[in-house]
Design a protein around this ligand. Structure first.
Ligand SMILES: Nc1ncnc2c1ncn2[C@@H]1O[C@H](COP(=O)(O)OP(=O)(O)O)[C@@H](O)[C@H]1O
Ligand SMILES: [Mg+2]
Length: 581
């Protein structure tokens, strides 16, 4: 039995407390199929999220099989299935791959046979067996809803919450889905709660909950609905609801509640006075905790989740031909552009002492010519290094800005299903590290081979790796903290855009501002670290043209490492923080 006692969910708006879910008390027996209906905005989704534990109730309590969910903790991830309004599958993957990933992330299988069996069973149950190799993006609306259900059924949830899984479908598909939900509720005493805007096919449900402004206006058998609202046609229920304040509807239902609950088999199992006593005896409590542990054990381990996510990420990457092409184009073209500019940077720098003349006039002329050579080479070398740094920063932002933000809702859903944020974040780090290493080392090799880096190649490559790594990490953090992928991209692009002017390599800022901005400008540290890796003479040439001070190489190394660590810390905070729409 699922029981809600005076459950409220409130938000603060303009300093005022508003109950979006308002003192809801209902009981739902096991094996029950219940519709939650009501006009748009009446709080159906909010109620579903409150039951799921995604919206913490602000008052009242929820009970599930003798367990007080408010005190003893929410449903375990394998106990509950929640099919949200949005699609929870990735378009480039096939039906089979989507269900397989969902299974691998949620349920521990002893061997491949067990895993395959589970996948086949779920595909069969939802009628997807014959189209299991189709990509998600070509599925019809109805098939997509079935897939959403299949991905939730992999853990055999005892309670299945569905939000508008029939909206936007043609009448036939709608009926098929309602039928499917009905059948799912007939297995293992599973409770299926289905939010729907539509008042069609109500006869297939065991009970109908009518919500109005967050309150219960009716909960009882579907066949009594018209009688209760004194209407001839179910379609007239909504207009009728609007004719009376929700409080009056709630009061009148409270009066008739128990008689309707007899009809749907939801009679109160506990006598009234027993409620004041400890609801669950210690022994039974131990049992329920044990049960929770048991289901907890069925969650796959950290590495299983990590490797599932990582292989899924690569698969999605390679399926998206546009993305692969863009990455390759960037990888190849950026170093080529840099080499086009590196001609001047390889010019000779004569030593002043080599050319000392007898004649004072010629001596001065020679001095000037050496200085001019030095300035030419120095600014070219400095420019080339900064160019590489900025391009790698740009690659970093392109790598990571959308990485989390673009799939946030799916990620939240998977987290709800037991995915560890640590496994998720590590899979992102592993995926992005491969891109970062490939891009940075290729840039270093290419430019050194076709141009020349006149200094220590390893040190230079290390700083290129660090600038790309730090920008990728920072943009990953942005991606985990922003609400939308668009916001994250925009912010990341601005961040890269400001690297160059604020680095001091081109324009010098007033010193007091520079002291404040410099610690945050990754590009400065990568540039300064690379300049320190140059041969003495070239290093001197660069120093003679720049207007800003350089830092010790170790300081540059530590600063960039600190940028990466702070960014990953922020990405961790961002990935753990719940961010449902
Ligand atoms: N987190 C929130 N903050 C503010 N308002 C919210 C929040 N969640 C829902 N609402 C508002 O509460 C009402 C009920 O929303 P919802 O449960 O989504 O309705 P529906 O019945 O259409 O599913 C709507 O008016 C919605 O705008
Ligand atoms: Mg809704």
């Amino acid at each position: 039995m699922l029981e809600l006692n005076d459950v409220c969910f409130s938000i603060r708006k303009d300093g005022e407390e508003i109950n979006l879910v308002d003192h809801i008390s209902i009981r739902v027996p096991k094996g029950h199929f219940m519709a939650i209906v009501g006009p748009s905005g009446c709080g159906k989704t909010t109620l579903l999220k409150t039951i799921a534990g995604l919206n913490p109730e602000s008052a009242g309590s929820l009970h599930w099989e003798g367990r007080n969910l408010s005190e003893d903790g929410d449903f375990s991830p394998t106990e509950i299935g929640y099919v949200p309004q949005f699609s929870i599958a990735y378009d480039p993957l096939t039906v089979d791959e989507s269900v397989e990933a969902a299974t691998r992330l949620r349920v521990k299988s002893r061997n491949t046979a067990e895993l395959d069996h589970r996948i086949d069973r779920v595909l069969g149950e939802t009628g997807l067996g014959s189209i299991s190799d189709r990509p998600v993006k070509v599925l019809s609306g109805g098939q997509k809803r079935r897939l959403g259900l299949a991905m939730e059924l992999v853990s055999d949830p005892k309670i299945l919450l569905c939000d508008e899984v029939t909206s936007g479908l043609d009448p036939r598909s709608e009926r098929e889905i309602v039928r499917l939900l009905h059948d799912l509720s007939r297995k293992d005493g599973r409770i299926v709660l289905s939010v729907t805007h539509s008042l069609a096919h109500l006869e297939l449900y065991d009970s109908v909950l009518v919500l109005h402004e967050g309150r219960v206006a009716y909960h009882g058998p579907p066949e009594k609905l018209n009688h209760y609202f004194s209407v001839k046609d179910t379609e007239e229920v909504y207009p009728r609801l609007a004719g009376q304040p929700s409080e009056r509807w709630q009061n009148s239902w409270q009066k008739h509640k128990e008689s309707y609950y007899k009809m749907i088999g939801a009679v109160d199992p506990k006598p009234q006075e027993a409620k004041t006593e400890p609801a669950v005896p210690e022994e039974a409590k131990a049992k329920t905790t044990h049960k929770a542990d048991d289901t907890e054990l069925r969650l796959p381990g950290f590495f299983a989740q990590f490797s599932t996510l990582l292989s899924r990420r690569w698969r999605i990457f390679f399926r998206d031909k546009g993305q692969v092409f863009l990455q390759l184009a960037i990888l190849i073209c950026f170093p080529v552009i840099v080499t086009l500019f590196s001609d001047k940077a390889s010019g000779n720098i004569r030593r002043y002492s080599d050319v000392r003349q007898n004649n004072v006039f010629e001596d001065i002329q020679e001095q000037q010519s050496v200085r001019s050579d030095q300035a030419k080479v120095g600014s070219a070398v400095s420019g080339i290094i900064m160019f590489q740094v900025v391009l790698l920063a740009l690659m970093g932002s392109n790598n990571a800005a959308r990485e989390i933000a673009s799939e946030r809702q799916i990620y939240e859903k998977e987290k709800f299903g037991g995915l560890r944020p640590s496994a998720y974040l590590l899979s992102k780090i592993a995926f992005l590290s491969t891109l970062v290493i490939a891009q940075s080392l290729w840039m270093a090799f290419f430019v050194d081979f076709f141009g020349t880096f006149r200094g220590n190649f390893t040190e230079h490559a290390l700083f290129l790796l660090l600038i790309n790594g730090s920008m990728t990490a920072i943009c990953l953090a942005i991606s985990s903290l922003m609400r939308t992928a668009e916001q994250a991209s925009l912010l990341s692009i601005y961040l890269v855009g400001f690297q160059l002017p604020l680095s001091g390599a081109v324009l010098a800022l007033p010193e007091h501002i520079e002291a404040f901005t410099r610690p945050f400008i990754s590009a400065y540290w990568a540039w300064s670290g690379s300049v320190a890796a140059l041969q003495g003479q070239v290093n001197g040439a660069v120093k003679s043209v720049i207007d800003t001070s350089l830092s010790a190489q170790n300081a540059c190394l530590y600063m960039l490492a600190a940028h990466i660590c702070v960014a990953l810390g922020l990405a961790w905070i961002g990935s753990r923080r719940p961010q449902w729409d």
